[in-house]
Design a protein around this ligand. Structure first.
Ligand code: ZN
Length: 163
């Protein structure tokens, strides 16, 4: 999946997409899932490749409509990649699922994204993903910017991901 934005092209790798697809909340009882998005920037052209994601871990809290990323394993996973590859990997943002077809962010999501942006250097953009049952959506979020900007909607193609 390729997203063209102003001055930046973002690629989400197929492995990442097929992982996210598996966590869709198709069953009436399935809980929200989530994790972090990890990628690397191509320094020549400013492009971003989202190559890894973490998935729900034991100490995360999950309900039908909330996901709390509380297991420190998510950050450990990222730190390990960062160390092993000489710092080329970066934290891109968060992903989580919603029990709806075409996901919209909630007030809680915005507060969470804002809280995260405050821990990062100014002018650093984050890209957050919400996985819905029919589509995945991506928002750009940066500090000082009052809202989130939707940059992509990607309709799931069951013929590709339903294996
Ligand atoms: Zn949400």
């Amino acid at each position: 999946m390729i997203i063209l934005t102003k001055g930046k092209t973002i690629k989400i790798c197929e492995d990442v997409l097929s992982t996210l697809y598996k966590y869709r909340q198709i069953e009436q009882t399935s809980c929200e899932a989530g994790g972090v998005l990890i990628g690397r920037e191509n320094l020549d052209n400013d492009n971003l490749i989202i190559e890894y994601v973490t998935v729900p871990m034991r100490n995360d809290r999950r309900t039908r409509t909330r996901f709390f990323r509380e297991d420190k394993g998510h950050i450990d996973y990222y730190s390990k990649l960062f160390e092993n590859y000489g710092g080329i990997y970066l934290y891109v943002g968060e992903w989580h699922t919603h029990p709806e077809e075409y996901p919209q962010y909630s007030i809680v999501d915005i507060c969470n994204w804002r809280r995260i942006s405050k821990t990062l250097p100014k002018n650093v953009k984050q890209f957050h993903v919400i996985v819905g049952n029919k589509a995945l959506r991506v928002w750009e979020f940066s500090r000082g910017f009052s809202g989130a900007k939707e940059i992509a909607t990607y309709d799931w193609r069951d013929d590709i991901y339903d294996k």
